[in-house]
Structure formats: structure tokens, C-alpha cells
Design a binder for this molecule. Structure first.
Ligand code: ATP
Length: 246
């Protein structure tokens, strides 16, 4: 699998505290990866480094086939490279319909090439239908986003990110606050999305991670403690000790 993102030897210090400590993680071009770890392990900071919100003191963050350094780019330039981020709390336009939300996301081209090849409105309508189908909200297209359930709002927001056609989607705790049925739908959605792009999911819920059935990276004290299948990492004695607080 070709590498899309290469984080190597990255460290971040906040007021003398080393939140990220010589961290190296590599993500493939069409890969689903779960990142787990106890509170304060550095999961959010890891995502902040990729999106340019936090700048590391050392290390490299290389992106794409030409190994562009993301550390030289601004947050908006990084977003335009095709990196989308879904925060925990859904932020959809509640007063607008699901269709309007998706249309707005499609109208917001992320790069110069999107402007050059700007799609006609007929194509936009077809694309909205495609995304609605992908996120399971076809029936809900005319509804106001504010009327959706918590889970549906999360899917809509994922759909709005997919509308930007990201190559890497970072998703923070997608299962939080969802019903079991909503979790199942979310699993399917993320697995499908990762067939054509990289998806990195930060998640606390082990059952959810198990269903994602993907490679897992365990972070602890800002570094990788273990990596592999969920079964592999949960058998690792260091991981057991960290989770049991020994
Ligand atoms: N801006 C900041 N200033 C000072 N310390 C920070 C800052 N951001 C994060 N930290 C510290 O860095 C460490 C890593 O934090 P981070 O939020 O990345 O962990 P996390 O794995 O996402 O935790 P959680 O699961 O609780 O969200 C923590 O000890 C946190 O207190």
C-alpha cells in the first residue's frame, strides 16, 4: 500500500511538558486506521499536528506522492491538500435542509483545480444524491438538519466532508452519544469511505474499534505503544498495564 502520510520523529512540548514524544506513524492511501489510547495520550494533539493547528518542535510530516512537508503549509493550505477533519460535536447548518447543507459543502471547492473544473448544477444534484446515499440520508434530504437525530447530524457532517473529496479524513470519536444502531451505520459508513481514501478514527469505545476491523495504533505519553490488529494490541502487556493504570 502506498504511503499517504508519514509522521516521523515528531515532538511537541507545551510549557515544558512533552505531549508528543518522538512520534512516528505512517498512514496508507486507502487505509482505515483507529488511534486509541488513555486520556492525555496525545491523540488530539496528533490530529492538530496533521492539520497544522499545532506546530511540532521537531520531526517531519510528509504528505502525498511528492512528500510535501505539511509543516511548511498553513491550516487552510493543508485543508486544500485534501485533509478533512470531523470534530466530535456536529456542526451542521440547523436551519437549512440536508440537501442545502450538502449543496453548500459542494460549492466550497477546496483547490484551484476544483474551480477550473467547476461542476454544473446538474452534476451537483447528482453528486448530492450520491453522497446522501453513501451516508444513508436519501429519505431525509428535504428535512431541516436541526430535526435530525444526533447520529444523523454526524453522518451529514461526514457527508459534507466527503463532498470536499478529501484524501484523508480525520474523525474524532464518531460513536460518542450514538445508539447501537447508529454506531453500526457509522461503522459501515467509515469502512466504505476508507475504500477510496484514508480515514483515521480516534475512538475510546473498544467495541466500536473492534467493528471497524482495522489496524490500530495505541498511543501513550505521546508515542506509539503498540500497533497491529485490535486482538494483537490488546494482548500486549504494556497496553494492558497502561489501560489498567499499573
Ligand atoms: N494547548 C495545550 N497546552 C498545554 N498542555 C496541553 C495542550 N494541549 C494538550 N496538552 C496536554 O498534552 C497532553 C496530550 O493531550 P491530548 O489532548 O492530545 O490527549 P488525548 O489523547 O487527545 O486525550 P483525551 O483522550 O483526554 O482527549 C495532555 O497531557 C494535555 O493536558
Amino acid at each position: 500500500m502506498s504511503t499517504l502520510l508519514e509522521v516521523s520523529g515528531v515532538s511537541v512540548t507545551f510549557d515544558g511538558f512533552r505531549a508528543i514524544n518522538n512520534l512516528s506513524i505512517s498512514i496508507g492511501a486507502a487505509e482505515l486506521r483507529a488511534v486509541i489510547g488513555p486520556n492525555g495520550a496525545g491523540k488530539t494533539t496528533f490530529m492538530d499536528i496533521i492539520t497544522g493547528k499545532t506546530r511540532p518542535d521537531e520531526g517531519r510530516v510528509l504528505w502525498g506522492p511528492r512528500s510535501i512537508s505539511l509543516l511548511d503549509l498553513s491550516e487552510s493550505q493543508i485543508a486544500r491538500q485534501g485533509i478533512g477533519r470531523k470534530f466530535q460535536k456536529p456542526t451542521v447548518f440547523e436551519a437549512q435542509s440536508v440537501r442545502e447543507n450538502l449543496a453548500m459543502a459542494l460549492k466550497n471547492p477546496r483547490g484551484p483545480f476544483d474551480v477550473l473544473f467547476y461542476r454544473k448544477s446538474r452534476d451537483t444534484a447528482a453528486r448530492i444524491d450520491e453522497i446522501a446515499d453513501e451516508i444513508g440520508l436519501t429519505e431525509d434530504l428535504p428535512r431541516r438538519a436541526g430535526e435530525l437525530s444526533h447520529g444523523q447530524k454526524q453522518w451529514l457532517e461526514i457527508g459534507m466532508l466527503l463532498a470536499q473529496d478529501p484524501q484523508l479524513l480525520l474523525v474524532d470519536e464518531p460513536a460518542a452519544g450514538m445508539t447501537p444502531a447508529e454506531r453500526e451505520h457509522t461503522t459501515a459508513l467509515l469502512v466504505r469511505a476508507a475504500q477510496t481514501r484514508a480515514v483515521v478514527v480516534v475512538e475510546h469505545d473498544m467495541e466500536f474499534v473492534r467493528r471497524l476491523n482495522c489496524k490500530v495504533t495505541v498511543l501513550h505519553e505521546g508515542a506509539v505503544l503498540a500497533e497491529g490488529s485490535l486482538d494483537h494490541v490488546t494482548k500486549n502487556q504494556d497496553v494492558i498495564d497502561v489501560y489498567l493504570g499499573r
